[in-house]
Design a protein around this ligand. Structure first.
Ligand code: THG
Length: 290
């Protein structure tokens, strides 16, 4: 399968996702999951922490920022567009608009278009359920966005790699039937926590290899999910992100400050960093106090 190119556009920066280019880092930190302070701030309508996290993540090497405001007591239809606006005002990287609520996605996309008329955001996400495909794919089309397709459907998250591939195929086919190009669909094979199921990592990796071989699309993965509840999460996340990249993930969702060095090392080990320039450059900058 040839490597497809997904182009995302923020206010200033264009980011290209492809197996032939360095791995693209989607920063995960604008997300109240496990962050009491951020959850409380969002509940109070305070977006100062969102602004801070946006700046810090770009400084740490994030190429795209995931924006998720899902927490108890937060009206996502109201807050997601506001958070996207703050991020677009603060940094120039593309955004990944993260919500399970299609109305919140639609509201955030409208604000995105207003602020960056020639931009191209990433919608996170659609899944294989009829009602999700029917509601979200028209938004992808209307806004000329790219979209993350989760490998789950009416029956939940398939337990086998083969069935995750089937869901991925269905999403890609439904998108193509609506004239959404295949390169604008990024598949997420889903990393579940290995603390609950020790085969969760393997199932995701095997699904990634199958999707790469059969569909050739770009792939993301919420890497931190894998280590919930386990000790030394950075060890697990660092090893797992390298294995996922080797298997075919091209734009993982991670904490850039913690995982960028592992991702640079993975790209180097896979022959995607000529003369080790990026790896050397990253650590040279760091020594100068960056
Ligand atoms: N796939 C897609 N999108 C996703 C996910 C995915 N979006 C959300 C999530 N999963 C990925 N983002 C996160 C964000 C934070 C954490 C995990 C996944 C996380 N947070 C720390 C915790 O809960 O312990 C917070 C601690 C801190 O850093 O302060 O682990 O799978 N498409």
């Amino acid at each position: 399968m040839p490597s497809l190119k997904t182009v995302l556009k923020g206010k200033g920066k264009e980011v290209i996702i492809s197996r032939d280019l360095p791995t693209v880092i989607i920063g995960e930190r604008i997300n109240p999951t496990g962050k009491k302070k951020l959850a409380a701030a969002l509940e109070a309508g305070d977006l100062e922490l969102v602004r801070k996290e946006a700046l810090a993540q770009v400084e740490a090497g994030a190429d795209v920022l995931d924006v998720n405001v899902g927490a108890a007591g937060v009206d996502e239809v109201d807050m997601l567009p506001k958070a996207v606006k703050v991020v677009l005002e603060t940094v120039d990287v593309p955004v990944c608009i993260d919500s399970a609520n299609p109305d919140a996605l639609a509201a955030a996309l409208a604000v995105h278009r207003e602020l960056v008329p020639d931009g191209k955001p990433l919608i996170n996400s659609v899944n294989g359920e009829e009602k999700s495909l029917k509601r979200v794919l028209p938004l992808v089309k209307e806004y000329g966005a790219a979209v993350i397709g989760l490998c789950m459907d009416e029956e939940g998250i398939p337990p086998t790699p083969e069935r995750r591939l089937e869901v991925a195929k269905k999403i890609v086919e439904m998108a193509e039937a609506m004239k959404i190009p295949r390169e604008d669909v990024i598949i997420d094979c889903l990393a579940l926590t290995m603390g609950a199921d020790s085969k969760a990592g393997w199932v995701a990796l095997e699904a990634i290899r199958m999707v790469r071989a059969e569909l050739g699309v770009n792939m993301t993965l919420g890497v931190s999910n894998i280590s919930f509840g386990l000790p030394e999460r950075e060890v697990i996340n660092g090893v797992f992100v390298a294995m996922a990249i080797a298997a075919g993930v091209t734009c993982p969702i991670v904490d850039a400050a913690k995982l960028r060095s592992y991702i640079l090392a993975a790209d180097l080990a896979l022959g995607r960093d000529e003369y080790a320039m990026r790896y050397i450059q990253a650590f040279r900058k760091r020594r100068k106090g960056r």
